[in-house]
Design a protein around this ligand. Structure first.
Ligand code: ADP
Length: 344
């Protein structure tokens, strides 16, 4: 009789919503004596567990004697239906919004920065954390490259304030732009966790988290360990971007993070002479994609030469051209997102 068969017998017995097999912390068969250590989900259940174990194993050959011990423990298995991990909330932050994309270069950081600024223009207290380890561009976008980060007397990092928002970038940890990211996973995750939790963010209505592109370990680990109100996925209308964005959507669904919607970037170009819209990368494909996946399109941003130019100069378009079509779209999206989150 193998331990596996004994575990199978314990799997059929339920005590207080847990199968006995799930409560086993250690199990040994020495000769014909079976020793089981259970973690106790609740005090007072000892007798029931002993009785049910003995009954379950009565007909099992080779087990003459069953010795049972208990240890008190936090359940290793969550209740059914709950995510299989515990997520920490960033203190004093009402809503953490993750911005992800299927691939790089679709404008994820540009959208994160302008969305953060648009939320701030609506009167909210906003933070922006650039966690894009592969291409941290928030320092460039906000014109704070080369700034030094300080810590307070409690060793908490003081975020940099610019355009009315508080911000930090993983880029501040890299000695220079050309430094390859050679950190190994655990070290990187420690740095990122510190940038979320050991920061004097103060009271924030929204903290926008600019994730690295794609669906790697960093995104997944953050999503599993940090409580997020929702995620936004940025894409452009090309086939390549749409193919990859499916993976990003699947990742957020997998880890049970509600997707607030999709933002279509570089959706069209407005001819400066005629005012006519040209859908250079295709029209209607992002809405079609969103419908297929049951998602909302939160907004569409045009290809905007002013946006590209002033971003490079460290002034996001919401700040440099507040009356432009792009800026209005960002304000519209910020309103929609705050509405969605406050309605919950
Ligand atoms: P990602 O974070 O997805 O890698 P970025 O936000 O860094 O992408 O944007 C990539 C480049 O595209 C930047 O040079 C940015 O200025 C430009 N860009 C992004 N969105 C637009 C847009 N709507 N119109 C014009 N240029 C854009």
């Amino acid at each position: 009789m193998a331990i596996k068969d004994i575990m199978d017998s314990l799997r059929d017995v339920v005590v207080e919503n847990s199968r006995l097999s799930e409560l086993v912390k250690d199990i040994k068969l020495i000769g014909q004596t079976l020793e089981i250590i259970y973690r106790l989900p609740k005090k007072g259940l000892e007798e029931e567990i002993v009785e049910k174990t003995q009954r379950a194993l009565e007909s099992v050959p080779d087990v003459e004697d069953v010795k049972i011990r208990f240890v008190e423990d936090i359940p290793a298995q969550p209740v059914m239906g709950a995510p299989a991990f515990t997520r920490r909330r960033v203190p004093n932050v009402k809503h953490l919004i993750a911005v992800g994309s299927g691939k790089g270069g679709v404008g994820k950081s540009t959208i994160s920065a302008n969305l953060a600024l648009a939320l701030s223009k609506l009167g909210y207290r906003v933070g922006l954390l650039d966690a894009d380890i592969y291409g941290p561009s928030v320092p460039t976008l906000l014109g704070i490259k080369g700034e030094r980060v300080h810590v307070d007397e409690e060793n908490r990092i003081i975020p940099i304030e610019k355009y009315g928002i508080k911000t930090l970038s993983i880029g501040f940890l890299l000695p220079s732009e050309d430094t390859p990211v050679i950190w190994r996973g655990p070290m990187l995750m420690r740095a990122l966790t510190q940038f979320l939790f050991d920061v004097r963010w103060g009271e924030l209505d929204f903290l926008v988290l600019d994730l690295p592109p794609g669906t790697g370990d960093v995104q997944l680990t953050l999503a599993q360990n940090v409580y997020m109100s929702g995620a936004i996925v940025v894409t452009t209308p090309q086939d390549v971007a749409l193919a990859d964005v499916k993976k990003a959507v699947a990742m957020f669904k997998e880890v049970d993070i509600p997707i607030l919607g999709v933002i279509e970037n570089m959706a069209y170009f407005v001819c400066p002479d005629s005012g006519k819209r040209y859908y250079i990368f295709g029209k209607g494909r992002v809405p079609e994609f969103a419908t297929t996946y049951g998602l909302k399109v939160l907004g569409s941003i045009p290809i905007d030469p002013d946006l590209a130019e002033t971003s490079d100069m460290g002034i996001p378009v919401v700040e440099s051209h507040p009356d432009s079509e792009s800026s209005k779209a960002f304000i519209g999206m910020a309103k929609l997102i705050s509405d969605i989150l406050q309605r919950r």
